[in-house]
Design a protein around this ligand. Structure first.
Ligand SMILES: Cc1cc2nc3c(=O)[nH]c(=O)nc-3n(C[C@H](O)[C@H](O)[C@H](O)COP(=O)(O)OP(=O)(O)OC[C@H]3O[C@@H](n4cnc5c(N)ncnc54)[C@H](O)[C@@H]3O)c2cc1C
Length: 454
């Protein structure tokens, strides 16, 4: 425990994935943590409507949970996914493995259950006080005052607080109040596409009705449907679609139109979706966006973290993983720094990485919904695995750097990925199979373009 931490108190706003993990780490360091959450206690209430039901967890998230000593507490929630299982329009399917080395899998996890277990872990620590049903409205850094609203009593009140870490998510009220006061500049850019969740129920005896160990994708160019497995044998489906236009959520209102849309684009899934039209009309359309904010701090008094600082679109499955990495990095910095210095060092360390994964997540949407269908994509994937086999210290596919190599910063993955993409494009041009590529020459090209990884 650092000298500064002993007997110091800190307020964390938002008991979502990031805030609850952070509360555990800070309490273990000896801070007294007040964890303030707008929702009712999720351990005793159903999950909020409109949040994604399950998430893909990968190496960075797992590393942070292990760092916090919580991996064992959540391990039983994780379902392995070996690759993308593509569903073509003609009904054919193909599995594209995510990685090729031992353990290169990603994991489907229930957001609600993961959040509950993190909150339980925080609640078990003597230094943590949980306060549900309290909504942060505004922060006044000059006076060190937080304006809150007690939701049940609909009562506004102000509290004087010490340091604050705001983990109140993509729509962060704290970030917006800092922006209104001119302390940060924040750009919230909405994607022109939204999402809607549906479900494939389990078969008899909790049997999975689609292949269980894969992330299913129905790529259709401008839009896509995906499915992730849940432990009960059911799948959560997410339709990503433009908000406006010819094929769009705006255009899908009438029962006949909804059915015709699924019959045209996803006929194979219709038999697995009971009550398709009713569920489709009932479930909300979620919005997606990227938040770019600068700085993430109000001096040494307040830090934005997780989605509140840098929300990203979900197409690389990294928002939670990045938020968990934030928690680990901040905690590690607290070994050598007092809180205000740790805030500065954290932002210096993570800013470029957050920007890099924000861009890669947007790029991955095009890959998932469109490029995966291109035979050239499959050949580039094969070549990149081959190059990785021959030069594992120099060529690692960008997807693998992001998902499986928690020691490679996102910014490095993006930079090296851009060089690799140019090489792959050049080496596969006018080629149809690996046999047509001179692999020794390819190795030489890679060696002259990329230094070994640090
Ligand atoms: C459709 C979809 C799919 C996704 N899939 C993945 C995936 O596969 N893998 C992945 O890594 N990430 C994924 N993400 C991203 C991931 O959900 C987020 O990055 C992650 O939840 C961020 O955690 P957070 O704690 O910062 O924010 P949140 O999880 O949003 O938590 C914020 C918390 O703050 C509370 N809160 C909000 N406002 C206030 C307030 N004013 N006062 C008090 N409390 C407040 C909220 O109730 C909530 O509990 C996905 C996101 C979406 C939308």
């Amino acid at each position: 425990m650092s000298r500064a931490a002993r007997d110091s108190s800190i307020t964390v706003i938002g008991a979502g994935l990031c805030g609850s993990l952070l509360a555990v780490l800070l309490a273990r360091r000896g801070y007294r943590v007040s964890l303030i959450e707008r929702r009712a206690d999720p351990r005793h209430s159903p999950p909020a409507v409109g949040r994604s039901i399950n998430l893909a967890m990968s190496a960075r998230g797992i590393r942070a949970l292990k760092h916090a000593g919580l991996f064992e507490a959540v391990e039983s929630l994780l379902l392995p996914m070996r690759g993308r299982l593509l569903h073509e329009e003609n009904g054919a399917t193909e599995l594209l493995p995510y990685g090729q080395r031992e353990g290169e899998l990603i994991w489907s996890v229930s957001r609600a259950e993961l959040n509950r277990r993190l909150i339980e872990a925080a609640d078990r620590l003597p230094g943590v006080t949980l306060r549900f049903g309290q909504e942060a409205l505004a922060w006044d850094g000059g006076r060190g005052a937080l304006t809150l609203r007690d939701i049940d009593e609909d009562r506004r009140y102000e509290v004087a607080v010490g340091p604050v870490i705001a983990a109140d998510g993509a729509g962060s009220a704290v970030r917006r109040s800092l922006a209104a006061a001119g302390i940060v500049r924040a750009d919230e850019s909405l994607l022109a596409h939204g999402y809607k969740e549906l479900a494939v129920p389990a078969g008899p005896g909790s049997a999975f009705r689609l292949q269980a160990d894969a992330l299913h994708i129905w790529p259709r160019g401008e839009f896509m449907l995906i499915a992730l497995p849940n432990p009960g044998g059911d799948f959560t489906l997410t339709l990503f679609l433009p908000m406006e236009g010819l094929e769009s959520f705006a255009g899908l209102d009438e029962p006949a139109g909804i059915l015709a849309f699924f019959e045209r684009w996803f006929p194979d899934i219709i038999p697995l979706l009971p009550e398709l039209v009713g569920t489709f009309r009932r479930n909300p359309v979620g919005v997606l966006g990227t938040v770019r904010c600068r700085p993430w701090r109000d001096g040494g008094r307040l830090l934005l973290i997780g989605d509140a600082a840098h929300a990203i679109v979900p197409f690389h499955g990294q928002g939670m993983n990045l938020a968990f990495e934030d928690c680990r990095l901040l905690d590690e910095l607290l070994s050598d720094h007092e809180l205000p210095q740790a805030f500065v060092a954290f932002e210096d360390l993570q800013r470029d990485n957050a920007q890099a994964i924000a861009t890669m997540a947007l790029e991955n949407y095009v890959e998932m919904r469109d490029t995966v269908r291109d035979p050239g994509f499959a050949l580039q994937k094969k070549l990149s695995f081959e190059l990785e086999k021959r030069m594992p210290d120099r060529f690692i596919p960008r997807y693998s750097m992001v998902m499986f190599h928690d020691d490679i910063p996102y910014a490095v993955a993006r930079e090296r990925g851009a060089v690799q993409a140019r090489l792959l494009e050049e080496l596969t041009r006018d080629r149809r199979s690996l046999d047509e590529i001179d692999l020794d020459a390819a190795v030489k090209k890679v060696c002259s373009a990329l230094p070994p990884l640090a």
